[in-house]
Design a protein around this ligand. Structure first.
Ligand code: HEM
Length: 505
């Protein structure tokens, strides 16, 4: 045990020094995220009839951890794929794992034989987000919650949110306008947070008073999300756990306020009849307040940084690709012009139908999802020995479907590193475009994400210009891929004389 502790401390120190040397702070937090993920893993298998996938398990215990963390993780995945092909084994942070990058195998793991694999998260993440979160589960509980969430986020349920999302987008853009520099990612996080609040709670007047408190606590919670999970006073993790408890208390206040109103039969005229909280609170579902609170926090977690990262990337790509920007602007201007003077139309107000008629902008959205691949991989764990592509994946091994490698494979997408939205004029080959995953755990918020991104792009392209501030390039991971420093930009009204070019800080 002592030896194990020493090697852990050694491993941590070496990686920390390495990260400092290469000045890759974000990589370090990514490292801690994975470190605790892997340490919570079971290991071992007896079935050895089939060969293990090619690849190297590296040094005893340490495996190939240094090779992975001394560079951008995607470079590691790419070079391994070049050497060994679309399935290979490795050993990271004390855990054997198999990485897969053929669309057939990814479909096998995530969809067709999803029963052979389970989602796997570090125990510390489960503590922070709450053990009742349905995406940690399999079976009936997962299915029941998944159906409730699906119902709240399907097109029929979110189509009446367009105007409210629009007003959040306009408020967000107005708050960015004219400032010398804004961190695009931070602003997009606020936008995505407010939209998901709306989707979860509707716009019950009595409840919006709690949004700021929820935001404040959630902010503290996320600060500790990638930290060392030592629950001792003074640590980020401890603060995070305290914020988690506070979030639980605020959510139970909201739930009881809602219960009282339901019992009185009074609901505000702003309320959405099918918001997520209402589905969770349906008596027939029999969910406890704790289960509801955990799943509300889980949805915020799944919805906010993902959408905000994609929006940030789309602003970057549009800024760097003037022809794509003018094509999107032209499409959005045409929609705007088409509404002028129409009877029954609120001036400037988008309708659900408008958001379904934006093919050019939608292609930019898809190309952004592909090129940025903000979730470059996901995790599963084999629940029994599994045969995959003629190889053995032993029970207890981690399996990492590499979405980004599929999206950046030239056989699937020629010139994969080039931003070219026109490639989506033709539908991608089956199972080669998986920004929202696949199978039983695939994303339930894709329609909402699409809607909020299209609405924001409509208003930013028709009313504003933006330009990058500074010349810093590169990617950071937090853990989603993000333009370096969250993309500092300057935003101004189209009426003012700033160009789309990069401006120095
Ligand atoms: C562009 C933004 C988004 C991207 C790229 C994205 C991507 C993904 C991916 C790849 C998965 C599958 C993970 C896996 O298989 O392990 C996933 C799952 C999920 N996403 Fe999203 N997501 C986005 C936005 C959202 C939003 C806005 C919501 C909620 C409103 C949401 C809710 C969820 C949930 C609940 C799951 C887990 C489903 C389950 O385990 O059954 N996502 N997302």
């Amino acid at each position: 045990m002592e030896l194990l502790t020493t090697s852990i401390v050694c491993l941590l120190s070496c990686c920390t020094i390495l990260a400092v040397i290469i000045n890759f702070k974000a990589l370090l937090s990514f490292f801690f995220f994975l470190f605790f993920f892997f340490f919570s893993s079971p290991r071992g298998s007896n079935n050895r009839r089939l060969p293990l996938p090619p690849g190297s398990l590296g040094w005893p215990y340490i495996g190939e951890t240094f090779q992975l963390y001394s560079q951008d993780p995607n470079v590691f995945f790419d070079s391994k794929q070049k050497s060994y092909g679309s399935i290979f084994k490795t050993h990271i942070l004390g855990c054997p794992c198999v990485m897969i990058s053929s669309s057939e195998s990814v479909e096998f793991v995530l969809a067709t034989r999803a029963d052979l694999f389970k989602p796997t998260f570090p125990a510390s993440k489960e503590r922070i987000l709450g053990k009742h979160n349905f995406f940690f589960h399999r079976g009936d509980y997962h299915l029941k919650l998944r159906n409730l969430v699906r119902r709240a986020f399907m097109p029929e349920s979110i189509r009446n949110m367009v105007r409210q999302i629009e007003s959040i987008a306009l408020g967000c853009l107005a708050s960015m306008e004219g400032r010398p520099v804004v961190n695009a990612f931070q602003e997009m996080k606020t936008y995505a947070f407010n939209v998901v609040m709306l989707a979860i709670f509707g716009k019950e007047d009595e409840e919006t008073q709690y949004w700021e408190d929820l935001k404040r606590c959630y902010h503290v919670l996320e600060e500790g999300y990638n930290s060392m999970p030592f629950d001792i006073p003074g640590t980020l993790f401890h603060r995070s756990m305290r914020a988690r408890r506070e979030l639980g208390l605020i959510l139970s206040k909201i739930i009881s306020t809602r219960r009282i109103k339901n019992n009185n039969g009074s609901s505000s005229s702003n309320s959405r009849s099918n918001d997520l909280l209402r589905s969770f609170m349906d008596d027939r579902e029999g969910l406890s307040d704790e289960q509801i609170a955990d799943n509300v926090i889980g949805i915020i977690f799944a919805a906010r940084d993902t959408t905000a990262s994609v929006l940030t990337w789309s602003l970057k790509f549009l800024c760097e690709n003037p022809s794509a920007l003018s094509a999107v602007t032209e499409e959005q201007e045409a929609i705007k012009r088409g509404k002028e003077g129409k009877i029954g139309e609120v001036e400037g107000g988008l309708s659900w139908a408008d958001t379904r008629r934006m093919p050019v902008t939608l292609r930019v959205f898809h190309e952004t999802l592909r090129l940025a691949s903000i979730l470059s991989f996901t995790f599963r764990e084999a629940v029994q020995d599994v045969e995959c592509q003629g190889y053995l994946i032993p029970k207890g091994w981690k399996v990492l479907p590499l979405f980004r490698n599929i999206h950046h494979n030239p056989d699937n997408f020629p010139e994969p590193h080039k931003f070219d939205a026109s490639r989506f004029e033709v539908a991608p080959k089956p199972n080669t475009f998986l920004p929202f995953g696949s199978g039983v755990h695939s994303c339930l918020g894709n329609e909402l994400a699409r809607l909020e991104i299209l609405v924001l792009l409509h208003h930013i392209t028709t009313k504003y210009k933006w330009s990058r501030v500074g010349s810093e390039r590169g990617i950071q991971y937090g853990p989603f891929a993000l333009p370096m420093n969250g993309l500092p930009i300057r935003l101004s009204s189209v009426l003012s004389p700033i160009s789309h070019a990069t401006v120095p800080e």
